[in-house]
Design a protein around this ligand. Structure first.
Ligand code: NAD
Ligand code: MG
Length: 388
């Protein structure tokens, strides 16, 4: 029997984190849980740490340290809190690390695991959007293995096993179009957070659900793909496919197009990364194409969904545009979820912050943090102005 692989999950209480632990927990002989982390959900983290017999539990919010310590008293599980502890957990060196913190908050631990040359399963797309070049350079330097978990990127990663990257004619990222795919701008102006949180196909965390409704999610994924698969922006395209059955495709120069299909359950791409380069059993539903009946496709609409244009322009502008785009979007999404701004204000704030920011290069990770912070502050000010 093979020795168990050690697994750490960053963002263990979230949607991707819980799906990951669901798979890990099904085969306790194969996996041993090293570190689990969460932001403020002490109960969720303590429960997961006990269930999966983790060795180390880290709560990012330092104010919750005492609560976590109390919840895990007598279990023998080591407890720590704060951003430094997140990085320490990343550096402890699991065989396989899931990066599933939401937002740029996941950047430091993800980069720490990459710099240690680890195998990192990447769900945390915002980290790659903000620090793509730095992260990919660190992967090359350390010899880390980066396994894409975002369903589209995991699909592309699987399709790329069919040919060389230099033989790719086009990478086609599919997009469901979100809950407002058929809405006019006028209709979108009236939608509530509850409506925007209802994704037609996927059950996900709150932030990515709003990103899917604005289609900023696909914009972030375009930037993510740009870094993960170095074929150039002109070979990356987006195709709206409302059923979310084809998760993405790669067209080769001979015009053979390879697609990856599956039911919309994140455990499929997570399992692919967890067992890579082998395959594992999952409890997921097999694909029933007769029941699905038909697959539809549409061109993306950058006018109704300006986030798609903003993300494409951010790649073209390069420099710090993607950092600013991501930071402004994180703040605007939060403001929308809090009921402080309207749905269409999200795109307006992102566009405005981009227009008012210096988009020069970001050479170091400290530059990334500084640019991220000033974009957040500007986005907060613009959101406050909208309320007044
Ligand atoms: P979620 O909101 O459900 O969970 C986020 C996790 O991150 C939680 O464990 C939370 O405690 C932790 N966290 C939040 N803020 C933090 C902070 N400041 N510091 C430390 N930890 C923090 O999010 P999710 O839907 O699971 O998404 C996680 C990531 O995966 C995102 O980047 C998202 O874009 C990506 N992703 C998610 C899905 C999905 O189906 N949910 C699909 C593809 C990609
Ligand atoms: Mg995705």
């Amino acid at each position: 029997m093979m020795a168990p692989r050690t697994v750490s999950v960053f963002g263990a209480t979230g949607s991707v984190g819980r799906s990951t632990l669901d798979l890990v927990g099904r085969d306790p002989d194969a996996f041993e849980v090293l570190a689990l982390t969460a932001n403020g959900d002490v109960d969720g983290l303590a429960r997961a740490a006990i269930t999966h017999r983790a060795r180390f539990a880290v709560i990012a919010d330092e104010r919750r340290y005492g609560d976590l310590k109390a919840a895990l008293a007598g279990t023998g599980i080591e407890v720590a809190a704060g951003e430094g502890a997140l990085i320490e957990a990343a550096e402890r060196g699991a065989d396989w690390t899931m990066a599933a913190i939401v937002g740029c908050a996941g950047l430091a631990p993800t980069l720490a695991a990459v710099r240690k040359g680890r195998t990192v399963a990447l769900a945390n797309k915002e980290a790659l959007v903000s620090a793509g070049s730095i992260m990919m350079a660190a992967v090359t330097r350390s010899g880390a293995t980066l396994l894409p978990v975002d369903s589209e990127h995991n699909a592309i990663f699987q399709c790329l096993a069919s040919g060389g990257i230099d033989e790719v004619a086009r990478i086609i990222l599919t997009a469901s179009g979100g809950p407002f795919r058929t809405f006019t701008r006028e209709q979108m102006g009236l939608v509530t957070p509850a409506q925007a949180l209802k994704h037609p196909n996927w059950s996900m965390g709150r932030k990515i659900s709003i990103d899917s409704a604005t289609m900023m999610n696909k914009g972030l994924e375009l930037i993510e793909a740009y870094h993960l698969f170095p074929v150039g922006l002109e070979k990356l395209s987006i195709l709206v496919h409302p059923q979310s059955v084809i998760h993405s495709m790669v067209e080769y120069r001979d015009r053979s197009t390879i697609a990856q299909l599956g039911c919309p359950d994140m455990r499929v791409p997570i399992a692919s990364a967890l067992a890579w380069p082998a395959r594992m059993e999952t409890p997921c539903q097999p694909l029933d194409l007769v029941a699905i009946g038909r697959l539809d496709f549409e061109a993306p609409d950058e006018v109704r969904f300006p986030a798609l244009r903003l993300a494409r322009e951010a790649i073209e502008t390069a420099g710090s545009a993607p950092i600013v785009l991501n930071a402004a979007n994180e703040i605007a999404v939060e403001a929308f979820l809090d009921g402080r701004i309207g749905f269409l204000d999200i795109g307006r704030i992102v566009e405005d912050v981009l227009a008012r920011s210096n988009l020069g290069p970001a050479a170091s990770i400290d530059d990334v943090w500084a640019i991220d912070l000033s974009a957040r502050q500007l986005a907060e000010r613009l959101a406050a102005e909208l309320i007044n």
